[in-house]
Design a protein around this ligand. Sequence first.
Ligand code: SAH
Length: 217
Amino acid sequence: MDNDAIRYETSRLRMVREQLVPRGIRDELVLNAMAKVPRHLFVQDALESQAYGDYPLPIGEGQTISQPYIVALMTQALELKGDEKVLEIGTGCGYQSAILAEICNRVYTIERIKALHIHARKNFDRLKYLNITYKIDDGTVGWPEHQPFDAFIVTAAGPKIPEALIEQLADPGIMIIPVGDHYSQDLLVVKKKNDQTSTTCIEKVRFVSLIGTQGWD
Ligand code: SAH
């Protein structure tokens, strides 16, 4: 490892110790993934040194990557064990996809903005994430060819839970999604079991907008 890599690893382990563990992130698979994925390589070069800070960062095109704690909280809520097939809506820079790819077998991810899709793809290639399948599209209609998914993670906020995602969720299955208006949202955990769905809010959040057929116009 070069000096930068060593320095960033130290920051990353501190992030896990000081931002995640004290706030209740306990899932070992999540903590290990957060300790491993080089977040500084996903953000824009000029923001590299801020990658492990306790706040969101801009990733271009008016979009943001969530604060590390929110990434960990959302991933933990999916209760992954390793053999799942997960769909992420909102690839962004690809950091959340990489966290998922460290934990489970197959990750699918959809991004509507081409420049971000291309940036994420470069990151996946460079870091050799071979279990991530991606496309440019409107993710609010899911990915019918690959359904059902054991888990969904939606990293942009819409006015409601898209019907298509509920339909494409396996039984049992778990989805995490921020729902609300443009300024504040409830981070919802939606569980499907025995044909019934239940919804709980685990946090108040502020995400960028989910734009699409079953999102905002
Ligand atoms: N998970 C990302 C966070 C990106 S921010 C990361 O780790 O970097 C949310 C992303 O959702 C933005 O890039 C935005 O363009 C995208 N998005 C918004 N609406 C979408 C839709 N309907 N389908 C796919 N992506 C969408």
